[in-house]
Design a protein around this ligand. Sequence first.
Ligand SMILES: [Zn+2]
Length: 355
Amino acid sequence: MKRAPLALVCAVSLTSPALSDPGEGPDGADCPLSPTPAQVELVRQRLALGLYNPPRWRGADVLVPMTIHVVRRSNGTGGISAAEIDNTIAAANTAWLGSGIQFCQPGATVFIDDDNFYTSTDTFAEIDALRSTAVVPDTINIYFVPNLRSELGSLCGISSFTFSTTQGIVVSNNCTPAFGNPSTFPHELGHYFDLYHTHETAFGVECTDGSNCADAGDLRCDTPADPNVGGEVPPDTCLWIGSDPPPCSGAPAYSPPVLNVMSYSAKSCRTDFTADQFAAAMATLVNLRPGLLANACDPCPNIADINDDGQLDSTDFTAWIAAFNAGDTKADQNGDGSIDPTDFTAWIANFNTGC
Ligand SMILES: [Zn+2]
C-alpha cells in the first residue's frame, strides 16, 4: 500500500489497517516519528559538519544510563512488573549488541501514581506532559504506560530525536517481550539516537538502486530502500508480501529490510540493525548526547577497580599502593574508615569477586 510522504511529526494515519501487525499481540504502531521540514534542514547541516560520521571508538561498550518510570494508578497499584522491565531492557541490549552501546538502569524505578495517565495517555499533549514528569537529566527517561494512544490512534511507543522539543520515550506495557514484541523498545532507542525509519521519506524517496542512499530515505546506505512494509510482513514468515513498484525509473524491484528494527515490519521479525545505523547512533551519542556519555554507568562497579578504567587488572594493584600512600579513601577497601594494611587483604578479596 502506498503512503504519502510524511511531512509533519507524527502526521500519519494510524487508522490505516496497513499499519497494524496482524496476529501480533495488541495493535499499535511504533511511533510515527518523522522529522519536520525544518528538522530535515538541521539534519542536513549536521551531516555537512560531520556530526553523524562514525567516531573513532575503540573502547568497551558505553553503558548508557536510563531512568525507568512506571505509571500506576493513583493508589499505587498496577503498572508493568519489574521482571518485565528487565526483560525489555535485556531485549534492547540484545538488539544493540555490536553497536558499542548497551543500556543500564543506575537508579531506582520511578513510580508515577496518577489515574489520569494510567487510564489512558492518549493525546500528544498528554504524552509530552508525561515525558516532562520527574525527568532525570543526563539519562534517557523512559515511561511505561498501560494504554498509549494519540489523536491518530493506538501506539506501541513514541520517542524523540536529539532535536525534538520534548525528550523521552514512552512505551506501552503491552508492547514488550511478554507480548511477543521484543523490538518496540530498541526501535524507540534507535530514534533517540537519530535513526530514522527505513521507509523515511522526509529526506526524499530512496531509489532501490541505492543511487541517492546517502541523501534520501533513512540516510543510511546499507539499509535497502523500503516502501513502508507496515502490515505487509506476516510474522510467521517474516517475508514481505507487498508489491510497491520501485520509485525511480529503471531501478530494480524493492527488497525491503524486513528484519530491520527501524522498519515497520512485524514486531517479532525485527532483530537487526546495520553497521551504518550503529555507527550513526554512536556518532549521535558522542557528538549530540554528550551528557549521556559523561554519565555512563560504571562498567566495573567493584571498588577494587581503583583506577576506574572499567576492568580489574594488575594496574589496580599499583593504583591501590598509590592511593594507600596518598591516604586516598579509595584505599579503604574494607570500609572501616581507616587506611591500614588490612585494606590490602580486603582489596584482594574485592578483586576476586570481579566486575
Ligand atoms: Zn518509529
